[in-house]
Every structure is written in C-alpha cells, then in structure tokens.
Design a protein around this ligand. Structure first.
Ligand SMILES: Nc1ncnc2c1ncn2[C@@H]1O[C@H](COP(=O)(O)OP(=O)(O)OP(=O)(O)O)[C@@H](O)[C@H]1O
Ligand SMILES: [Mg+2]
Length: 348
C-alpha cells in the first residue's frame, strides 16, 4: 500500500502541511527538533488512527490548538481510500478521536523506544509481539483488551477474598487466554522465520538468531488453564493477583545462543530491534493483502556504514518507506529526498 498524499493541520509542530510522498523510499532529513518524528507520527495517525509513540491523544494537537486534523489518501493497486481523522477537546477536557478504520491499512514503525524490546522488561517484548499479532489477526487486540478486563475483575475478587465468585471469571480467562496464547505463538513463529533471513542480511554476519515464546503456562486447552488457576488459588489469594497466564510471559531473543538482554553492544541491540521490525513486513503483507508502510525513525544512526548500506538495500525491497535522519548524506540511489525544517517540508 502507499500513502498518496497527507495534510496535517495543527498537528504537533505543524500548523499546516501538505505532502505528496514518493511511492518508494522517502528520506526525510533535518536537524534536531524540526519535526521529523512528528511527521512520521502524522503518517501513522493517517493510516491507523493511532500514534506509535504515545497513547495520549492530548499530545497530538499543536500546543494551544483546539483540534488537530490529519487527512489524506492511501491506495493499493487501483483502490484508493480517503481518510480523515480529527482530534477534538470535549467539555470534560478529554480529547476525542474521530475517523474510520481501513481494514487493509497497516504501518510498521521503528523508533528508539524499540531498544526496550531487547533491553527492557518482559512487558516491552509482550507489547511488541502483541502489536505484531494485532497487525496479523483482527481479533488479537480486542481479545487482549478482554483478557486484561477479566484480569482486573479477578484481581478485585482475589484482593477482597471472594474466592467463591471466581469460577465464571476463571472460565472466561481460560478461553480468552488460550486463544491469546495461540495467536502469540503463531506470530512468534512467523517472526522467527523472517528474522533468520533479515538479521544476517542486515548485519552481514552469519550469526544464528532465535526467538522463542516463553509461556508461564504451557497449555492449549481452557480446561488445563482453569486447572492451573485452581492449583495457584492459595498463592493468588495471598498476592491478590493472577499468577499464571499470557500476561506473565516473555519472548526469548538469542544471538548465537546468548540472550539478547545480556550481550553488550548497543549497536547490535539497535540492529536486532530494527531487524525485528523489518521481519514483520512480509507476514503483515500476507495478512493484509498489501505491503505495509514502513516508518523508520532515525534507523541508521549508530550503525556501521556497511550495515547502513545493507539496511538501505533491504528496505528498498518493500513498497513505501519513510526514513528520517539527522545526517545530511544517506547513500541511497533511488530515493526521494525532503528536508524537514521548522514544521515545514522542502524538496532536498
Ligand atoms: N503538540 C505539540 N505542539 C507543538 N510542538 C510540539 C508538540 N509536540 C512536540 N512538539 C515539538 O516539535 C518539535 C519537533 O519534534 P520532533 O520530535 O518531530 O523532532 P525531530 O525532527 O524528530 O528531532 P530529532 O532529530 O531530535 O529526533 C520539538 O521541538 C517538540 O518539542
Ligand atoms: Mg526525532
């Protein structure tokens, strides 16, 4: 898929911006704090209605503005779709989004926060895997939200000692939890296959990279899930929370048999994080029926020049890509270039 044009009004540091990107690689260069990341965020908001870096809608409108507007057109093959998204402040002071979803529209975004997939807590890896699974399976995020609601409900019952009322919630948690687990495992397997190709292509080294789903509760049937909850009942009542299930799981990422969290090089961790994002592309393209738009924020920094070249080669095999950089020279032959300057865009 491609973004044909986008218009931002009162979005972040953009008062007004109209931009018709190239169908392939777009390089957005500029000095710090000019609006490069904000523009990528605007592109993500256009396509999906959501930012990749915050869930706080109040951050999106330009400071002091009463509303922010993101409009544009996306297309795949012959089909096009005009999208219009607004964020308005309502009487309570809260910000409200409006705009509709497009069922085949996907973005994959990479930014420095992705380093947490490698060196952060298990929650960062679960979030990464859930985001990916959400791009593959329409039911994943609704299922995850449902699971979290049931967890919150169980926590109240456990904390107030109402063990006799747990049974129906255990049943529901087990059904939703087993489905969640199955989708996460399938997503991790798809990622593993692609990562085994992408990481050596980027690094230029034949290192073996492996990714494995680590379940706190290894079950495939709801009945086994319920039985596990019953086994942990006393401890759960003591701790006031659900102690087993997909909310306690992790993703093990290994390079030549060494856990990614313990190998030291920051460059290597950055490259692996980028490789994980690029490994999403093919499975997501298959699931959505069209390649996703790639939004790469400062993806080349801290990488060796030969690795940068490999990254540029790899991203030119997909459809539309946006790459921001604070460096003036990016060695890509076939790219459209813009300079981002003070909330504006000029052809470079
Ligand atoms: N809601 C907002 N309204 C107005 N300005 C904002 C808003 N949110 C962020 N900004 C400002 O927009 C400017 C550009 O931010 P952005 O993160 O896009 O910079 P950048 O070009 O990516 O810089 P860097 O190279 O440092 O990553 C910053 O000065 C930031 O403070
Ligand atoms: Mg930035």
């Amino acid at each position: 898929m491609q973004i044909r044009w986008i218009q931002l009004l009162e979005f972040r540091n953009y008062r007004t911006l109209s931009y018709s990107p190239a169908p392939k690689l777009n390089i957005l260069s500029g000095r710090n704090a000019q609006g490069k990341t904000n523009l990528l965020e605007g592109l993500a908001v256009l396509v999906t209605g959501r930012s990749f870096r915050t869930t706080r809608l109040a951050d999106l409108p330009r400071w002091g503005a009463e509303a922010a507007l993101v409009m544009g057109e996306i297309g795949r093959g012959e089909g096009t779709r005009t999208l219009r998204r607004a964020f308005r402040q309502i009487e309570t002071g809260a910000w409200q989004p409006s705009g509709e979803q497009c069922e085949w529209a996907r973005v994959i975004a990479f930014d420095w926060q992705d380093l947490a997939i490698l060196n952060g807590a298990p929650a960062a890896r679960r979030n990464f895997l859930d985001g990916f699974a959400g791009r593959l399976y329409a039911s994943h995020i609704p299922g995850l939200l449902r699971y979290r609601k049931i967890l919150a409900r169980r926590a109240v019952l456990l904390q107030t000692g109402q063990a006799d009322r747990l049974a129906p919630w255990d049943e529901q948690l087990a059904v939703v939890g087993v489905e969640l687990l199955a989708r996460r495992r399938a997503a991790a397997a798809a990622l593993q296959t692609e990562l085994a190709r992408v990481f050596p292509a980027l690094s230029g080294e034949a290192k073996k990279v492996e990714i494995r789903y680590r379940a706190s509760l290894d079950v495939t049937e709801p009945a086994a899930f319920v039985a596990a909850l019953e086994r942990h009942r006393r401890a759960e009542l003591r701790r006031g929370q659900t102690l087993v299930g997909p909310h306690r799981d992790d993703l093990l990422i290994e390079l030549d048999g060494v856990d990614a969290r313990v190998f030291g090089s920051r460059g290597q961790q950055r490259l692996l994080a980028l490789a994980l994002r690029l490994a999403e592309v093919l499975p997501v393209a298959e699931a959505a029926g069209t390649p996703p738009v790639l939004l790469l924020d400062d993806a080349l920094s801290e990488l060796d020049p030969h690795v940068q070249k490999n990254v540029l080669r790899e991203i030119q095999t997909t459809e539309q890509v946006f790459l921001t950089t604070a460096e003036p020279e990016v060695p890509a032959s076939d790219a459209a270039r813009w300079e981002v300057k003070e909330g504006g865009l000029v052809a470079a």
